[in-house]
Design a protein around this ligand. Structure first.
Ligand code: ZN
Length: 362
């Protein structure tokens, strides 16, 4: 493994000098056109940081098993060994595909579905300590997101602070609602206040809603990653905005995965229809402004040039960050796609690592 990593950095540094040479070369006189396509750009593989990369510890398997209602059992069974591995398996997949750094998070829903709040708090603390030990073994390749027992808002704020100050974590990943309570509930003011003070990005990851809506009845394929998780997670983000959470805590950053859970395409309509709606709270800005100011997104599980272009144009080039959703998604597909996606090299660098490095202060 060390050999592989060393070899890659050697190859990258020689390619860097090659790229510098290519950049300095004169532009050829023949213009590129359909019959004369431009030659592939000789450049080193882009540095890649990924933010929605999951793991599991044995103590949390019973919670993970909740997702069997959302995904096939054979898929679930194949994922567990990969989720459990912090060593050669995970590192070699990263190395082979040019993924340099992953911010690890417990695969959901974790203790957020634990009915005993004290047990949830104790287990979340234990999870974070165990993750910190794994991160310490591979500090160049691993970083951590805190797992939080949101049953206790003040306790979750305290644990987030401990994780960031004592364990060096980069924020937290939250798997949707907790016991039917969404994060716009005013009981979470104490949490958001701390999030803002710590400048902790909060990754709002899918989870199941507290009820099973009739609109999914008879269609189990819609219940989970195919559809309902996007509806649930985007709606959770909308609750934060329409409740004034971003007005009370204007410097908070919430990260949505899966190319923004359909949000980028909706901005114009949100702005246009908001004045016609029954409002619970009068927003200080247009909905699209909150999305651009307070929401960041990752490309996890969406390898589509069209969706990426839409996201970059709608939210801004500073808002989109590469991710994979390992091991639920294929690292090779995600890495090959972002290396070749039809965006500018400046945009590719922002998406692949620069935006994440700035937001998470890596
Ligand atoms: Zn995920």
């Amino acid at each position: 493994m060390d050999y592989l990593l060393a070899r890659r950095s050697l190859v990258q540094s020689s390619l860097s000098s090659l790229a510098a040479t290519v950049a300095a070369a004169p532009v050829p006189a023949t213009a590129a056109n359909a019959e004369n396509p431009p030659a592939p750009v000789a450049r080193p593989r882009m540095r890649k940081v990924a933010l929605e990369e999951h793991f599991i510890f044995p103590e949390f398997i019973t919670y993970l098993a909740e997702t069997k209602q959302n995904i096939r059992t054979d898929f679930y069974d194949r994922a567990v060994p990969n989720l459990s591995d912090f060593g050669e398996g995970r590192l070699s997949v990263m190395d082979q595909n040019g993924v340099d750094l992953v911010v690890l998070s417990l695969a959901g829903p974790g203790v957020q579905i634990e009915p005993d709040a004290n047990k949830a708090t104790r287990l979340a603390h234990q999870c974070n300590d165990m993750l910190a030990k794994e991160v310490q073994k591979q500090p160049a390749h691993y970083a951590g997101f805190a797992h939080l027992a949101l049953q206790n808002p003040k306790g979750a704020a305290d644990e987030l602070e401990r994780c960031m100050h004592d364990l060096g974590f980069k924020g937290a990943l939250i798997n949707g609602e907790t016991n039917g309570i969404y994060l716009d509930d005013r009981r979470y003011d104490v949490f958001w206040e701390r999030v803002q003070a710590l400048q902790a990005p909060i990754y709002l990851h899918p989870g199941n809603p507290p009820d099973h809506s009739h609109m999914y009845s008879g269609h189990p394929e819609m219940w989970g990653p195919v559809w309902s998780w996007a509806v649930e997670t985007c709606s959770h983000a909308m609750r934060l905005m329409f409740s004034g959470t971003f007005d009370r805590y204007p410097n908070v950053h919430v990260i949505l995965g899966h190319m923004g859970e359909t949000l980028p395409i909706q901005l114009w309509r949100l702005d246009s229809r908001m004045p016609t709606s029954h409002q619970t709270y009068t927003l200080k800005k247009q909905p699209s402004e909150y999305v651009r100011d307070n929401i960041r997104i990752t490309t996890s599980g969406v390898c589509s040039d069209a969706a990426l272009r839409c996201a970059l144009d709608a939210l801004g080039t500073h808002s989109v960050m590469f991710s994979i959703d390992y091991p639920m998604e294929d690292t090779k597909s995600a890495a090959n796609w972002i290396e070749n996606a039809k965006i500018t090299e400046e945009e590719r660098a922002l998406v692949c690592y620069q935006n994440a490095t700035a937001l998470l202060r890596l």
